[in-house]
Design a protein around this ligand. Structure first.
Ligand code: SF4
Length: 437
């Protein structure tokens, strides 16, 4: 018999990271995952201490972090198809009474039910388009639900389907640690509220959107501002027009990458480690500082390395490497481009010729982009499948549970920011919106 080579159409990429993990754990697919416990439902590890399997599993979870009570058995034991049908049915019953928001890093089984998909700030703004919705179900993490609560109407309930979906990076800057740092800086620089002869105060606090409402409130009370990964440069320019220096938290990498691109020398960007006296720095270094970087990081983006980029370039000549600015500086420097999730998506959408992309951001977004753009080859720089530990907590079982409760007239897992925090936090957000490039 003569062998005939038939060019088969490319196999469509399954956008589900959950399926991929299940296959790896079952041995039906090659590949590696950072923790085989990811194949279990989150309810198996919700009660355990720590962030659970995934990128943040090595991080220390703060005492008193919100825990999720046990999900009722009917949701834990339901099949993927049953949960899908129940979510669709509950959403159809609720109609315009509910809006479901899905973060880019959310698992595919949840994203298919989202009315909007985007980054945290895009989603909080999307909720504004539904002022009459009684409930905003935020399929993301805790600080995102807080931001949606800050921007939504008081009578709207913002719901986080799994209360254990925090963010290890946001948790790295607690309000007590930031207040303590501020006090030490006051002792060093003098009155932090009085501008000098040039109209500049000694330091302006800038917080990344990925921080608690309490931190956003702190920033609002101290002449500071919020930034996103899309507008960090504009916000730093705003801050330098008002202060001698910036205290940037919680993500050191976004702060360093942004300030470096603006020409701030690395030696003028000391780190502030809240567990050490003067943040582990000395008075002269802090006096000379332009940007004081909080000792925080995202455990998803810290996994990306220069070695991975070199391997991608060796194995895929012509590959275009795009990474998120939460990646370490060396990784950003070695990439072809760095930008927010939105920048990454738009770069792929703008490619008119079939292109190979190696992406340094959370695997759920990368795998979805690969499925949506089969004309391109798109892969994650990190070969190990290791989703964000906390985003992964939003399983469809929790989504079905909160939606069916709403149908029954019950609001579960409501996230509310106290008004004394919400007022100044909104001011910090408004400053960001008003900041112009
Ligand atoms: S990807 Fe990083 S910053 Fe985003 S929620 Fe997960 S741990 Fe937090």
């Amino acid at each position: 018999m003569t062998a005939i080579n038939i060019a088969l159409p490319p196999r469509p990429v399954d956008a589900s990271v959950d399926h991929r993990i299940q296959e790896i754990v079952a041995g039906s697919s090659t590949g590696d995952t950072c923790n085989t416990d990811l194949a279990a439902g989150p309810w198996d590890f919700d009660a355990r201490p720590g962030y659970g399997p995934g990128s943040s599993m090595g991080d220390v979870i703060p005492t008193g972090s919100p825990r999720q009570g046990e999900l009722p058995a009917e949701y834990r034991e339901a099949s993927e198809a049953e949960l899908d049908a129940r979510i669709r049915s509950a959403k159809a019953t609720l109609g315009d009474r509910v809006v479901v928001l899905g973060h880019f890093y959310q698992r595919e089984e949840v994203i298919v039910h989202a009315d909007y998909v985007g980054d945290s700030f895009q989603l909080a703004n999307a909720a504004l388009e539904h002022p009459d919705a009684e409930a905003i179900v935020f399929c993301g993490v805790h600080f995102m639900a807080e931001t949606a609560d800050l921007l939504s109407r008081p009578e709207q309930a913002v719901i986080l389907p799994n209360l254990a979906a925090g963010c290890s990076m946001a948790d790295m800057a607690s309000i007590d640690e930031v207040e303590e740092c501020w006090e030490q800086l006051g002792e060093l620089y003098g009155d932090l509220d009085t501008p000098d002869a040039d109209g500049l105060v000694p330091v302006i606090p800038v917080t990344y959107m990925n921080s608690s409402a309490a931190i956003k409130g702190f920033v609002g009370r101290h002449r500071g501002i919020v930034c996103t990964s899309s507008n960090a440069r504009t916000v730093l320019e705003w801050a330098f027009a008002r202060g001698r220096r910036v205290l940037f938290f919680p993500d050191q990498h976004l702060g360093r990458n942004t300030a470096k691109a603006m020409g701030v020398p690395l030696e003028q960007m000391p780190m502030w480690n809240p567990r050490r006296a003067l943040g582990g720095s000395d008075a002269q270094t802090l006096a000379d500082a332009r940007v004081i970087l909080w000792h925080g990081f995202c455990s998803v983006h810290r996994r990306f390395t220069v070695d991975q980029i070199e391997k991608a370039r060796a194995e895929h000549p012509g590959v275009h490497v795009i990474v998120h600015p939460e990646c370490p500086m060396e990784v950003v420097d070695a990439a072809d481009a760095a930008g927010s999730t939105d920048v990454i998506r738009k770069a792929i959408m703008a490619a008119t010729e079939p292109t190979t992309f190696a992406i340094g951001t959370e695997i759920n977004l990368v795998q979805r982009l690969a499925a949506q753009h089969p004309q391109h080859e798109i892969f994650c720089l990190d070969p190990v499948v290791c989703p964000c530990s906390t985003m992964y907590r939003i399983h469809p079982g929790y989504l079905a549970w909160v939606l069916e409760a709403l149908v029954a007239g019950q609001v579960l897992n409501r996230i509310t920011v106290p008004e004394d925090v919400a007022g100044p936090a909104r001011i910090a957000l408004e400053r960001m919106l008003a900041a112009k490039p």
